[in-house]
Design a protein around this ligand. Structure first.
Ligand code: ZN
Length: 330
């Protein structure tokens, strides 16, 4: 305990609780390096590190755990080794793979999920999983000298999809040419985002602190979105609100009344386009009685009835969205 002598002097600090806790860290880049280091130093019992990427030279201006000689090695592997050295009393698991490929049991074990991800798609997927598993999610992002932290407690605070903080071009991306003969549009290689060590440390530290507070039930939690601008040194806290029709945490999921009005003669492709727009999905698929509907299928009295139950699936949803069909009547 003498290792933790200075921190257990903090009022309400519960080192035993921390020793029993597990944090899943999604993304071991700049934010992930600082989050995992903070939690390891603090003596959290178990860390699960997940990142599919390998170390690049351009990471070295801000990713504390990596060295030039480790370029091309998996970030999660190298980080795990260093963190075990920083604190030999903690258990560190490395998962060098995509978040989607991680066994669910790893997520289920976690008391908190902390995300330092650079892709919107990965954040959306993880958000949807966290809501499904009812796991607290602390998600951060950065751009140059700006950064943000969002605290997501499923069904209590707004989730990532509740508010329009996702750039509109991201929401509408890939939504137009759904179904039919979709042409393969090669993804434009995005220019790398500006990133610096100081903001990585600040945002990584706030994420770690909120996660530690949550685990130990300490202090006043962030409610619920913090924006930090290092250029002017200003902090703004927004109280985002939950959205009832949020496709991930809204009432639609739990209510059977969520309806989709369709007309005979419409094609499944047309339904898919509407669903994609309504819920900000990329490539939804519709399942009826266990079968994925072909996008060319035409809706008629025979195949879809009033009250038919559809399930919408998409890479961004960890569980299918349930919709009840309402036939359009003139
Ligand atoms: Zn939501």
């Amino acid at each position: 305990m003498s290792r933790y002598d200075r921190q257990i002097r903090i009022d309400g600090w519960d080192q035993e609780k921390l020793q029993d806790a597990t944090a899943f860290i999604a993304g071991i880049g700049a934010l992930g390096s600082f989050i995992s280091t903070n939690l390891a130093l603090s003596g959290i019992g178990n860390l699960i590190l997940c990142d599919m990427d390998t170390i690049e030279v351009s990471n070295l201006n801000r990713q504390l755990l990596f060295h030039k000689r480790e370029v091309r090695k998996y970030k999660s592997e190298v980080a795990a080794k260093k963190l075990r050295r920083i604190n030999p009393d903690i258990d560190v698991v490395s998962l060098p793979m995509k978040l989607e490929n991680v066994k669910r049991s790893h997520y289920e074990k976690a008391d908190v999920i902390i995300a330092g991800l650079d892709s919107f798609d990965a954040r959306r997927w993880l958000n949807s999983l966290a809501v499904d598993l009812k796991k607290p999610l602390f998600s951060g992002g950065m751009y140059g000298l700006m950064g943000h932290v969002q605290r997501i407690i499923p069904y209590e605070t707004p989730c990532f999809e509740c508010q329009p903080l996702i750039p509109q071009e991201k929401l509408s991306q890939a939504c137009s040419p759904i179904g039919e003969k979709r042409k393969h549009i090669p993804k434009k290689k995005e220019a790398p985002m500006p990133a610096v060590a100081t903001i990585s440390m600040i945002i990584g530290a706030i994420l770690s602190q909120e996660a530690l507070k949550h685990i130990m039930n300490l202090g006043v939690p962030l409610n619920n979105y913090l924006f930090y601008d290092g250029m002017t040194n200003t902090t703004t806290v927004l109280h985002l609100e939950r959205k009832f029709n949020c496709p991930v945490c809204g009432g639609y999921y739990d209510l059977d009344e969520a309806t989709l009005t369709v007309e005979d003669g419409e094609t499944v492709a047309e339904l898919l386009t509407r669903i994609a727009y309504a819920f900000g999905l990329a490539e939804p698929k519709i399942m009826l009685k266990g079968i994925i509907l072909d996008s060319a299928m035409v809706i008629s009295k025979k195949n879809l009835k009033d009250g038919s139950k559809l399930f919408v699936m998409d890479d961004r949803l960890a569980k299918p969205l349930k919709l009840i069909i309402q036939k359009h009547k003139d």
